[in-house]
Write a protein that binds this ligand. Structure first.
Ligand code: NAP
Length: 320
């Protein structure tokens, strides 16, 4: 099969298309013929060798994929060849024609969801669910600020939160991104590049602040977030690309909580909960992944550049 291979950590050009042997499913594993693979920011940190967990070289990148079950190993119970599926983690890498997966990381893809949309689920929707429900304890009637709502995780937060009955304020850096965030259900949209955006957000809440923040760029925003949360407010740190100085008194005064999130800490039972919720939301139409660009597998280097550029608009996926 053809696969993207990385033999040295480095810039996007280290992503090369190569021929590698087809993987074979062992007990409890299945082989998926990949129809689309999602590109996540973490894939670029891993490729650069800048991530806390490094794969051994050479490796095939990518965590999220969708496709059709090609073959199943012994003891696979829930799937058969021909089933439409998505995966939130592979053994051999998502950016390839075939991906070997543990059965527990494979989920049914409803027929009304495209393969490109299926590649936008594992990391983005899994992270959004964990941030809102497993870390942030989101409740209907609360006000949520999705700080960075135009990208893969942000759109998923907006859709989950609206389905729950929250009031959603979403931020984006471009007109196109803000229009997308509003179209996905956010009742209020704000430009995170405006100098007075905190005033706008406090105004929307009538001065009381937001109950929950899902934060995509904490190294820029955490100090301001602490000034925008209501009493008992929670801030879930999803993304951060550096350090920041905060005033701890801002947290004391509101009894606010700063909660970290890392997807690799999710347990098997939590994954069951996450993907049961995602599949239900796909089936009932409350979750509708937005795909901005579909690029051929050979354009993996370009996809890694694009995912780090400003002006997010949903997901970028690779198509083998
Ligand atoms: P993405 O699709 O590239 O979207 C990035 C988002 O960040 C966009 O909405 C972008 O908005 C926004 N952003 C840019 N500047 C911002 C600012 N000053 N303030 C607030 N938001 C800003 O990425 P993603 O997949 O949604 O992931 C978002 C972040 O979470 C990434 O850093 C990723 O690495 C991290 N993440 C962490 C975990 C974890 O386990 N902790 C899991 C998944 C993702 P504009 O482009 O419109 O400006």
């Amino acid at each position: 099969m053809k696969a993207i291979r990385v033999s040295d950590f480095g810039g996007p050009d280290v992503l090369k298309v190569q021929e590698v042997p087809d993987p074979k499913p062992d007990s409890g594993q299945l082989l998926v013929r990949v129809r689309a693979a999602g590109v996540n920011p973490a894939d670029t940190y891993i490729r650069a060798g800048a991530y806390a967990r490094k794969p051994s070289l050479p490796y095939t990148p990518g965590m999220d994929a969708s496709g059709i079950v090609e073959a199943v190993g012994p003891n696979v119970k829930r799937f058969k060849p021909g089933d439409r599926v998505y995966t939130n983690g592979t053994i051999t890498g998502a950016c390839a024609e075939l991906a070997l997966c543990e059965e527990s990381r494979v989920h049914p893809l409803p027929s009304k969801v495209s393969f490109a949309q299926g590649a936008a689920l594992g990391v983005p929707y899994g992270t959004a669910y964990r941030a809102l429900f497993q870390r942030g304890h989101a409740k209907p009637g609360e006000i949520l600020l999705v700080h960075g709502a135009s990208g893969g995780v942000g759109i998923a937060c907006v859709q989950f939160a609206r389905a729950l009955g929250m009031t959603v304020i979403g931020t984006a850096g471009s007109d196109k991104g803000r229009a997308l965030v509003a179209a996905q259900g956010a009742q209020h949209v704000v430009d995170h590049h405006m100098t007075d955006y905190e005033k706008q957000i406090m105004g929307i809440t009538g001065g009381s602040g937001v109950n929950l923040i899902t934060e995509m760029l904490a190294n820029v925003n955490l100090a301001k977030d602490l000034g925008m949360v209501a009493a008992g407010g929670r801030i879930v740190v999803i993304g951060s690309r550096g350090t920041i100085e905060i005033n701890p008194r801002d947290a004391m005064a509101r009894e606010a909580s700063i909660l970290g999130l890392i997807l690799w800490a999710v347990t098997d039972s939590e994954f069951l909960e996450i993907h049961a919720a995602i599949v239900a939301g796909l089936e009932n139409g409350t979750l509708r992944p937005i795909v901005n660009q579909e690029l051929p597998l050979a354009d993996a280097p370009r996809s890694h550049q694009l995912v780090m550029e400003p002006g997010a608009y949903g997901k970028i996926v690779l198509v083998p």
